[in-house]
Structure formats: C-alpha cells, structure tokens
Design a protein around this ligand. Structure first.
Ligand code: F6R
Length: 614
C-alpha cells in the first residue's frame, strides 16, 4: 500500500506531485507528505489526506522546486500521525526517502544504528532505512546510489523507494522489491510513481522496474539502471502505455464507486469483445489457446485470491466443476502461502486480482510456481506484478478501478471466468453445444440488461433509506448465489460500516438464525434457477421470525414476492450468470446506504485499494 510520486526536470514539481498523490490516494490516505528541492530541501507532512497537505503547503513557499518526492500513506508501522508520515529524513537532514512496503528486519537494523549514535523520532521502519542509507554512505564513503544499493542488500522485506540526497541535487535514486514502481520518461524530465496514473498527461513512455532493480535518475546524465544484487548495469525496457486521463477521472459522477458501477455495461463488453464469438461457438483467450495441453490434461485447479476476487473464485469453482468437470479448490491466498499446500507438477493455479499487486496473492503465485504448477492470472491492471509473474493469463479490461470497493472488477472477473468455463468445457468435451450456446448468448446480453437495471437505481435508493440505520444485515444465497451473497455483505460492511454476514441460505439454521428478529434486514438472492424451492423454504423460515426481507428475484416471480418486504427484479439468465446481475442492485444498495450514513465511499476508513502488505 502507500503511494509514492517523484519528479525531476524543469517544471514546478509541487503541482505535479500533489496531482499525482491525489491519483494514488486509492493506495492509502491516512497521511501525506512531500520533499521539495529548489536550492534547499524542505519537507512538509501531515496526518490526513492530500487535501490536508495542500492546506499545510499553502502556508509555506512551495513554488520553484524542480525536484520533489511525495507520499500518501496506509500505516503499517506506527499510527497515522504527522511524525510517522513520509518523507522521512536521515539524522543529518540531508537524505529524504518515500517508501511503499515493509522492512521486516527494521528492529535489528535500528539496534545497530542506535549503537552507532543514530536517533529516531518516528515509529516507522522507513526512518530506519533512510538512516541505514546515511550510515553506509558516511561509513563507506560512497555516493547515494551505492549507499542505497548496499543498504538494500541488508534489508529483508518489500519496498518501492525513491531517495534524494541534497549532496546530489540533480539525482533521485529509486529501487524496487515486491512493491510496484513505474518511471515515466519525458523530454529532459522523469516521473516516478507507484503506477503510471500520476504521469499519463506528460508521457506514455514507461519503465516498470522489476524486483531487485534500481535506477539512478539524473537531470544531467539521464537514466541508469542497475541490479540491486550484483550492481551490474541493466538495459531498461521502455513500454508505450495506453491509459487515458478521462478514464481515471470522475466523469460527472459524484463518486468513483458510482461511476464504476455505471461503467459495468461497457466494461463487460470490453471484456468479451474480440474473445467470444457466439455464432461460431468460439472463445479465444490467448492465454488459454497458447497452453491448450495444460488445460486439456489438468487434473485439478486451485484458485488463490483475496476479498472480492476470492468471491469471484468461488463462482469459478461452481462453473468449472459444472462445465468442465475439473475439481476446483478456492483458497485465501494468505492461508495458501503459509500452509504446505499439496501442489503437483501439472496442477493449474489461477490467481485472481484486480490490482495484480496484492501481496498475499503474489506470494501464493510464487509458491505455486516453485512447486511446479502452471499459474494463470486474471488481473485488471495491465503490466502489474501478478500479470508479469504468471505463466499466462487474461486481463479483465475493466479499465482503472479507483473506488476502494470493487465493483466492475468483480463483474468483469466473472465475465472472464464464464468464458474460461465454456472454453475448458469445450476443450474437454464436457459441455453440450446447447449449454455453450445458452450461456454465450446470455453473456452477450448482459451489458444491455445491466444498463436497464441501473435505471432502477431510485428503487434501490428508497430501500436504502428504510434500512440505513440497521446495525446488522444478513445476505443469503444458494449455489452460484452464495458467493454473490458474500460479495453483497462485503460491499455493505466495507463502505457503510454496518456489520453484515453472507451465508449459504441453508446453513442459516445451523447458527445464524439465532440472530434473526424484527430488526434484522435479510437480503435473499432467490432467482428461479438452481435451488428455487429450497430457498423459498429458507425465506419462509426467516419470515416466521419476523425479519425484514429484501429479495432479489427473477422478473415475474410471484412466490417470493408474497413473502418479501421488498423485491428487486433482475432478468432471467442462465444460473452461472446470475451473480453478475444480482451484484448490480447489491452494489447500489451498499452505495446508497453508505452515502446516507455520511460515509466516504471511495475511501472507506482503514482500507486501501491495493494491499501490498501481507
Ligand atoms: C473489496 C475489495 C477487496 C479486494 C482485495 C483483493 O471491495 O476491493 O476485498 O478485492 O483486497 O484485491 P485484488 O483483487 O486487487 O487482489
């Protein structure tokens, strides 16, 4: 987590860095800071958001600096506070650092530095790192680039760092291990950032540093890249990236989350466009086509992911087992990586991740590779660490998702998963032509159907008004709708701070039913495919305990309607696609409830979009 930005060139650095930090606030927003150098270095930092940093900067001279570093933080070591905010400065005041990641062995390094007379004012691991760099620089008589390289060889953990030393006023040193770092190359100017969004209006020429790579970026000597481990010079791989400014701005919506909910028709279209050919019964996902033998002969699939992406993995379990008859296990990446999982050569591991940077998922990918699995990534962010680390994969093409709560990332992950399920079923001869045709035809109808569902946002708003003060919510579903229920509950709790649980509907009587009374709203996904009669019985059980029932039903349903306090209709689709449609009203319900409770939906407390710490 945390976002870092840097600039060195001819422009006024302050506005470039502030704008860049605002674009990276999805990575963390509990404190922010900046180092500017224009003859002398000054550091400004504060608890709070980038707008708080701007207020602070308005009382200081910030114009005229042509070199700067900035940081927006998601706290790991030390509470959010002014003193723990980055940039951190070495004891001499000469070296500044911004850091995204965790230095795991900071305590032992701190002890050595303390014995050598260094003092510390913050609780952070980063302040230890900047002083280690200073200690090496002074004790070994080396320049800042070499001091960074030697220091990093003593560090255990993860980092993307940018370092500035007033004694080398025309240079910024950057390095990466585990956390992402992109460098934008302009004409006689360079931009540094955790992703490319802070610099897309200036340049599309980008270098994504790989693990164990560092660079010395110099106003005079240009860009030089080295290996952190051996120090040898490396040739940079410059890519032309395609990212439009329009896509990362709010475009007239009040919040990114609402914009992203409304983007789903197009996002889903972009996901299957050029890959799904209904009449020909053809699916062309190059990451599968290039490895047909792997998928044809696979004996089992393990899916690793976190949060919403894990819910998408659960849908994949139902679909792959049903359509392709492949046993599937879905694991929390954080549990998988610390067990000793049985993964054999020939196994396929699928990692699902919007950001492609989630630390636990990335570590699970590396572990699976070590154990000989073929690893396939379903990612949204192009060029992200997981996308690069996997053997092959499929991008979701959802476009940038800025709101912390995942919306279009989820439904586009499900779109990729549906296409994969169909293709694997076809490849292994386990899906009939009729079933393939039915699912494919329904899939291409989704953008239009979601567009229509979004027109009923006011109906959902009215339901939100009635339940916005509830203390708890229960979400129930069966079969494919069980993961959809989990996702609905996660959406509500993360942005409205209402306690919400998702359950398989039948499991309710094994415990959660004890919670039900007239104050408990229960959201039931009760569409007509799958286990309809069973879920109707579950609703009866809830009704007889006086809960308030909000049901998501198939258009035209009568039985559930009579049992429910509120009914939201979705069009009839094949069972595997119901989670995509049922997610839309559930996203809107969470959004409106959170807004009515005065919550910051795009930046909910304690969360960050990209969880690059474990
Ligand atoms: C929930 C949410 C998180 C993420 C999780 C994994 O709305 O956004 O639960 O799904 O942190 O993130 P990715 O998909 O980037 O690996």
């Amino acid at each position: 987590m945390c976002g870092i930005v840097g600039y060195i060139g001819q422009r006024d650095a302050y506005p470039v860095i502030i704008k860049g930090l605002k674009r990276l606030e999805y990575r963390g927003y509990d404190s922010a800071g900046i180092t500017l150098f224009g003859g002398a270095a000054h550091v400004l930092k504060t608890k709070g958001k980038v707008t708080d940093l701007e207020k602070l900067a308005s009382t200081h001279a910030s114009a005229g600096a042509t070199l700067g570093l900035g940081h927006t933080r998601w706290a790991t070591h030390g509470v959010p506070s002014d003193v723990n905010a980055h940039p951190h400065t070495s004891n001499s005041g000469k070296i500044s650092i911004v850091h995204n990641g965790i230095i795991e062995n900071y305590a032992s390094i701190k002890k050595i530095l303390t014995e050598n007379g260094f003092t510390f004012s913050s609780d952070t691991d980063t302040e230890v790192l900047v002083n280690l760099i200073e200690y090496i620089k002074l004790s070994q008589g080396v320049k800042i680039g070499e001091a960074v390289q030697i220091s990093l060889s003593q560090v255990v953990g993860a980092y993307a760092i940018a370092v500035f030393d007033v004694e080398r006023p025309n240079e910024i040193v950057v390095a990466k291990l585990g956390s992402p770092l992109a460098i934008g190359i302009g004409k006689d100017e360079y931009f540094i950032a955790s992703d490319a969004s802070p610099f897309i209006e200036y340049t599309n020429r980008t270098i994504y540093l790989e693990d164990n790579e560092m660079a010395v970026i110099s106003r005079k000597k240009g860009f030089r890249m080295y290996s952190i481990v051996g120090g040898e010079a490396l040739t940079p791989n410059i890519q032309e990236i395609q990212l439009s400014l329009e896509k990362i701005e709010k475009g007239g919506f009040e919040h990114f989350m609402l914009k992203e909910i409304h983007e789903q028709p197009n996002a889903i279209l972009d996901t299957f466009r050029g890959r799904l050919f209904v009449e020909e019964q053809q699916i062309n996902i190059s990451g599968i086509e290039q490895h047909l033998d792997v998928f044809k002969n696979v004996d089992r699939i393990t899916i690793v992911a976190c949060g919403t992406s894990w819910h998408a993995g659960l849908v994949a379990e139902y679909l792959f087992e049903d359509a392709a008859r492949i046993p599937v296990e879905v694991e929390y990446a954080s549990e998988f990586r610390y067990r000793n999982p049985v993964i054999n050569k020939g196994d396929v591991v699928i990692a699902i991740s919007q950001s492609g940077e989630t630390a636990d998922t990335l570590a699970a990918v590396k572990l699976a590779k070590e154990k000989g699995a073929f690893v396939f990534g379903i990612c949204n962010v192009v060029g992200s660490s997981i996308a690069r680390e996997t053997h092959s994969g499929a991008y979701t093409h959802a476009g940038p998702e800025i709101g912390v709560a995942s919306t279009k990332a989820f439904t586009t992950q499900l779109t990729v998963i549906t296409m994969m399920g169909l293709r694997l079923g076809q490849l292994r001869g386990t899906i009939s032509k009729e079933a393939f045709d039915r699912v494919a035809r329904h899939l291409v109808e989704l953008p239009k159907q979601i567009g229509n569902l979004l027109k009923f946002a006011n109906q959902i708003k009215a339901i939100a008004e009635e339940y916005k003060d509830a203390a708890n919510f229960l979400y129930l579903g069966r079969g494919y709708n069980f993961p959809a229920a989990l996702e609905g509950a996660l959406k509500l709790k993360e942005i409205s701070y209402i306690h919400a649980e998702g359950y398989p509907a039948a499991e309710m009587k094994h415990g959660p039913i004890a919670l039900i009374d007239e104050n408990m709203p229960v959201v039931v996904i009760a569409t007509n495919k799958g286990h309809y009669e069973k879920i109707v019985s579950n609703i009866q059980e809830i009704k007889s305990r006086n809960a308030k029932i909000i049901s998501i039903v198939t258009k035209g349903d009568e039985s559930v309607k009579t049992l429910s306090d509120h009914v939201i209709e979705i069009p009839e689709v094949t069972e595997a696609l119901v989670p995509i449609l049922s997610s839309i009203p559930l996203q809107l319900l969470s959004y409106y409830i959170a807004i009515m409770r005065g919550c910051n939906v795009d930046q909910p407390r304690n969360l960050a979009k990209s969880v690059t710490v474990e």
